[in-house]
Design a protein around this ligand. Structure first.
Ligand code: SF4
Length: 506
């Protein structure tokens, strides 16, 4: 043994097994000293972590209800490092990014704005999505609290609505303080839906813009219009119609054969737009691709489907053992149906107003049928069967030249389960171009090079598809207007447009 090794002393507690004889006590995650929290009028709600558009719209929407709500800035690499510094080891990186972002924000309040940690703990509250897992998701709130405690904010409150108990439930919510009324949720859902629509359009328009940056400028203008409509309680449909005029002014050249890339995978990794996924969408666009993003409404539809399926299984169990009619379950079923109807109606209303005509909200029932041969539908966690379903749907309906499934390193439902099934699908369907890729927060070089390799084939496919189409002699002007969204059996946008013109002249 070297001298340096023999000098290492074991800690006093090392090897101490006395705890084995101690009486077990219930562990509770409560602050060391009791805290007198601020009343509702002085409480500030914090949240964030969706897309940049949605975070901003949600802030305006909730402010319009008189709620003191602030959307945190988009989490960046510094957030991740802060999260790692205060968090436990081996967490999923959305935990590090999210809690690190929160700690960074609170540290700024304390160190630069002069608000004491005690005051911050009293007045601020963080709201997030929670759930019981079955993966590490079940530990998120406990992990957040641990990091906050170690960062000097012991007793900081975190509350959640649970993603896997229907839509809007949670046992940690203090109803009196947060006042989660139906109006709150309807307003929140409207902001999320409008954010989805603007994001979807942004991804369709930006790759073809003639002047770099013009789409983002137009989207910012649209965001301000919708935000003002929320704050001044004006008609949101009209606001979306005004946005149509703004987006129409973005000059486009849509006859560029670009690879269409579906980005799916673990919810947060696929949705975030920043260092959390190495700016994947931006990178793909810079490399000459068009992204198909995963709107948040997909996750909402899956949650509703899971809630309905759970209810059905419980009802079947109940009818086996009792003859009583359970009215509470009928009421819940009705609420879920109404919720789904409401979400879809608002989506199509706003989509129509802004001119997103051809978009269809995912049909979870259809996707479940498609994937049940490969994936046990009852197996929940992460995106459940959706990742497998997305790949199958993309092959069957020719939706993309490349499907990327992105997930945090070691994601249990995504890396361990879905990615175990995807090779079977890619073996059965030779046309599948699929890439599974993990993010760890650090080391982007390998990540980008793998994406570039898969993209090379996708670009070639897009080019070949385009060149095979006969070039029409006359191209109508509308071809470069985003409001013209024809459907044809081509994958790429340019090929779809060309085919539609050729078909017109047949
Ligand atoms: S879905 Fe994956 S990344 Fe998200 S909490 Fe579960 S294991 Fe972690």
């Amino acid at each position: 043994m070297s001298l340096s090794c023999s000098n290492i002393k074991t800690t006093d507690k090392n090897g101490d097994l006395n705890f084995l004889n101690q009486e077990a006590t219930q562990w509770r995650d409560v602050p060391k000293k009791p805290i007198e929290y601020a009343p509702q009028s002085k409480t500030i709600m914090l949240s964030g972590g969706l897309t940049i558009m949605q975070d901003k719209l949600i802030q305006s929407a909730l402010n319009s209800l008189g709620i003191n709500y602030i959307a945190l800035p988009n989490p960046d690499f510094a957030s991740f490092q802060t999260g790692k510094a205060f968090g436990n080891k081996a967490q999923c990186n959305p935990t590090y990014f999210t809690v690190g972002n929160l700690v960074k924000y609170l540290q700024n309040l304390r160190d630069n704005e002069g608000i004491s940690a005690k005051e911050i703990v009293k007045r601020y509250i963080y709201i997030t999505a929670g759930g019981c897992g079955p993966c590490r998701f079940g530990m998120y709130i406990t992990e957040y609290k641990k990091a906050l405690r170690d960062a000097g904010f012991d007793g900081f409150r975190i509350t959640s609505f649970e993603h896997n108990k229907g839509i809007f439930q949670g046992d940690e919510i203090d109803d009196n303080l947060l006042n989660f009324t139906p109006k709150f949720f309807v307003t929140l859902v409207k902001a999320v839906i409008i954010g989805d629509i603007l994001n979807i359009l942004g991804y369709k328009i930006r790759p073809y813009e003639v002047e770099v940056g013009s789409t983002n400028r137009a989207l910012e203008e649209c965001r301000d219009i919708v935000s003002n409509a929320f704050i001044s309680h004006k008609n949101l449909t009209r606001a979306m119609y005004r946005c149509r005029g703004i987006l129409s002014k973005v000059k486009l050249n849509r006859l560029q054969p670009k690879a269409k890339v579906m980005v799916m995978g673990e919810f947060w990794a696929a949705m975030t737009e920043g260092d959390g996924n190495y700016n994947l969408h931006k990178f793909l666009e810079a490399e000459g691709a068009e992204c198909i993003p995963q709107p948040i409404i997909n996750r909402l539809m899956l949650s509703l489907w899971e809630a309905k399926t759970d209810l059905k299984s419980k009802e079947e169990l109940a009818t086996d053992s009792t003859n009583h009619i359970d009215f509470s379950s009928a009421k819940k079923r009705l609420l879920l149906k109404a919720g789904e109807f409401g979400v879809k109606s608002y989506f199509y209303l706003y989509a129509k107003a802004i001119g997103l005509h051809e978009y269809k909200i995912i049909d979870i029932e259809e996707l479940a049928k498609l994937s049940k041969e490969y994936y046990t539908l009852e197996c929940e966690g992460g995106e459940g069967f959706l990742e497998v379903a997305h790949l199958l749907e993309s092959i069957e309906k020719k939706l993309a030249h490349l499907v990327i499934s992105i997930k945090p390193f070691g994601c249990m439902p995504s890396s361990a389960v879905s990615d175990g099934i995807q090779p079977l699908i890619t073996n059965r369907f030779s046309s599948a171009n699929f890439l599974s890729i993990e993010t760890s927060g650090e080391g982007s070089a390998n990540f980008y090079s793998r994406v570039q390799m898969a993209l090379f084939k996708a670009k070639q496919l897009a080019k070949d598809e385009f060149e095979e189409i006969e070039q029409p002699r006359h191209l109508p002007e509308k071809i470069n207007n985003y409001l013209y969204q024809p459907n044809s059996d081509a994958i790429g946008t340019a090929s779809k447009l060309l085919k539609s013109v050729v078909n017109l002249h047949l």
